[in-house]
Design a protein around this ligand. Structure first.
Ligand SMILES: *Cc1c(COP(=O)(O)O)cnc(C)c1O
Length: 405
């Protein structure tokens, strides 16, 4: 561990490996990784100690529901990767992190504005679940010049952002949206799963809360589900309190898996970004493809904003099939792929492909502006760590199979 300022690639290696979590008191030496501390009961020295209570902060033994050193190490690592954050709460999934964060910052009578390009469960939490608590939510168009400004009312207390958007990958001007919210005293929460703080340090771009599904890039191996919310005080304290009310806790075994994934996240992101770009460039030349929705690709929608605001990408992008192709053709394409699994989630070491239709879940603007939406049939790819040429050959086989009826 070093106290010197370091670059993100170094921080993902060093973060969370505090001496007190990797060694025994008074002993010489240490292990590299914080061990898995399985614990429900935490013990007190005596009755006076029990009566004195413990600070409600990571690093203090209290009871298993507040985590132990393994979970604290992961939370500490995520906080140190997110400039501007004072703390991180862990959740058993990304959806749990989103739901609990929204419940923490909103009260009955408040209104939430949710970006129209949001992840579908986020939209459902906002438009359905929050209603039970007397909180209203409305979608706004993040790409319309005054989309957010026009949607704000006196009741608006929070705005839920996501960039690039789920499925359609539109890049939003987050600094402008977050600063507009802040000027009006509105809290901005961003789902930063796609970029992670390595590619987009969201709090330094003006957001108040950065939420991630750790299931994706941090886990990185398709074997663990988890979520996080990072923020400065006092917002992180509100989220922590809400999480504790709701009994949110992650297992030390899962936290250990997430920490293991985190150590290689920077290199995995770099590699999958490069491969995704190779694949995207190739798809862009194909007549069966009317548009490639990949912010890293020069000329693609959102590329200029991505270039301005982001310092990295990832392997997740989409493309649209040309006019004249139908759902059966799309099914033939995906079914013919050998190297791409069919399944939800992304950010694992293995590639995935999934069909999608944004219209039911992005109601104000289903597709990014200015593109040829062709057949209106989307395919989303999560590019893993395989060889780019092999993936391209697999996709070439898929596109050929699409033509053959
Ligand atoms: C997968 C995903 C989530 C939800 O995460 P889970 O860990 O699956 O609950 C949230 N946001 C985005 C953008 C996602 O892709």
């Amino acid at each position: 561990m070093t106290d010197k300022p370091t670059k993100p690639a170094t921080r993902v290696v060093e973060a969370g490996r505090k001496r007190e979590w990797t060694s025994v008191p008074g002993g010489k030496g240490a292990v590299v990784n914080p061990p898995v501390w399985r614990a429900s009961t935490h013990l007190y020295e005596d009755i006076a100690d029990l009566a004195g209570g413990r600070p409600n902060e990571d690093g203090h033994f209290y009871y298993g529901r507040r985590g132990g050193p393994t979970q604290w190490a992961l939370a500490d690592a995520l906080t140190s990767l997110e400039p501007g954050a004072d703390g991180t709460e862990l959740f058993p999934s990304g959806v749990a992190a989103i739901a609990c964060t929204l419940l923490a910052v909103l009260r009955p009578g408040d209104e939430l504005l949710v970006t129209d390009n949001a992840y579908e469960p986020t939209r459902n939490i906002a438009l359905s679940m929050l209603r039970q608590f007397g909180i209203t939510a409305r979608p706004f168009d993040p790409l319309a010049p005054d989309g957010l400004a026009n949607a704000i009312t006196d009741a608006t207390k929070a705005v839920m952002l996501e960039s690039p958007g789920s499925l359609t990958l539109e890049v939003c001007d987050i600094p402008a949206l977050a600063s507009l919210a802040r000027e009006r005293g509105i809290l901005s929460i961003i789902d930063n799963t796609w970029a992670t703080p390595l590619g987009f340090p969201a709090l330094t771009h003006g957001c108040d809360v950065s939420v991630m599904s750790l299931t994706k890039h941090v886990g990185g191996h398709s074997d663990v589900m988890m979520g996080s919310a990072s923020a400065a005080k006092p917002v992180i304290n509100r989220i922590r309190r809400q999480a504790q009310f709701m009994g949110q806790v992650v297992s030390p075994d899962d936290a250990s898996l997430a920490l293991r994934g985190l150590r290689s996240m920077q290199v995995r992101l770099e590699r999958s970004t490069q491969t995704a770009l190779d694949v995207a460039r190739w798809l862009d030349e194909r007549p069966e493809v009317s548009a490639v929705l990949c912010p890293m690709l020069p000329g693609a929608p959102g590329h200029d904003l991505w270039q301005r605001d982001f310092s990295g990408g990832c392997g997740l992008f989409s493309f649209v099939l040309s006019d004249g192709l139908d759902v059966d053709a799309r099914a033939r394409l995906i079914d013919a792929l050998d190297l791409f699994g069919i399944g939800f989630s992304w950010g694992g070491f293995e590639s995935l492909a999934i069909p999608f239709d944004p219209a039911p879940v992005h109601t104000l603007r289903p597709w990014p502006p200015g593109i040829d939406t062709g057949s209106g049939l989307g395919v989303r790819l999560s590019i893993g760590l395989e060889d780019a040429e092999d993936l391209i050959a697999d996709l070439a086989g898929g596109l050929d199979a699409m033509g053959a009826k």
